[in-house]
Design a protein around this ligand. Sequence first.
Ligand code: ADP
Ligand code: MG
Length: 249
Amino acid sequence: MPKKTTLPNKDTIDEVDAEISEGVQHAVRLVNVSRVYAVGDSEVVALNDVSLDVTPGELVVVSGPSGSGKTTLLNMVGGLDYASSGRVILMDVPIGDYDETFRAIFRLTNTGFVFQSYNLISTLTAVENVMFPMQLSDRRSRELRKDAIKLLEDVRLSDRINHLPWQLSSGEQQRVAMARAMANDPPIIIADEPTANLDAESAEMIRGLLVHLNKIGKTVFVVTHDENIIGIPGARHLRMDKGVLSANE
Ligand code: ADP
Ligand code: MG
């Protein structure tokens, strides 16, 4: 089936925004999703028939051994990659039916991603990194900058706004990444082992931010081995093993 084609104009952005209005039933819905990577002559089944329903406002924590498919799962949940088979539905939108332009705008407005290794743009300052996902906005850059500074204040970095990533500690870089994930106030926050490279104090702060975002109604989807995240009251703990997702009861 051909992909629906859209142009990156104001109408497209409004169309994406309309999809995220009230009454969303599932923040994330995976229906028999598989992802198979072709490597040379062989195939790697990174996700094997994964089905999952996540209601808006849930905190989902996934753990499992290295190579079990956790990052591949997050790439599906974040609409970064196409399923080899099955359906990926985000905020009730069947994202696999759309072309890359729509998907890119959809991601920017609906998801905030936090990575294990921060992935800040090395040539941009903290505030510029936070402003980066705001580029679709038609508001003036001075106002966007004000919003970005406010987000950096929320992660207690108001004294680091003009620092470049290399001038920041690991914990500070990850806090910038959290602020960036919040730039467009998306309903879904996705984090891939966000505390794995951090000292105890920074990890505690990132955990606190994830809990806070969940409390204010965000759907939070985290891959982690951090027992303190797994143990967050109300968290739904899932386990990934050899591409198969199961409840961890
Ligand atoms: P995890 O995050 O749990 O460590 P990944 O999702 O990164 O696991 O990878 C799952 C499996 O898929 C691994 O065997 C990995 O080698 C393989 N894989 C991941 N990405 C690719 C890719 N782009 N091409 C080929 N194989 C991949
Ligand atoms: Mg991984």
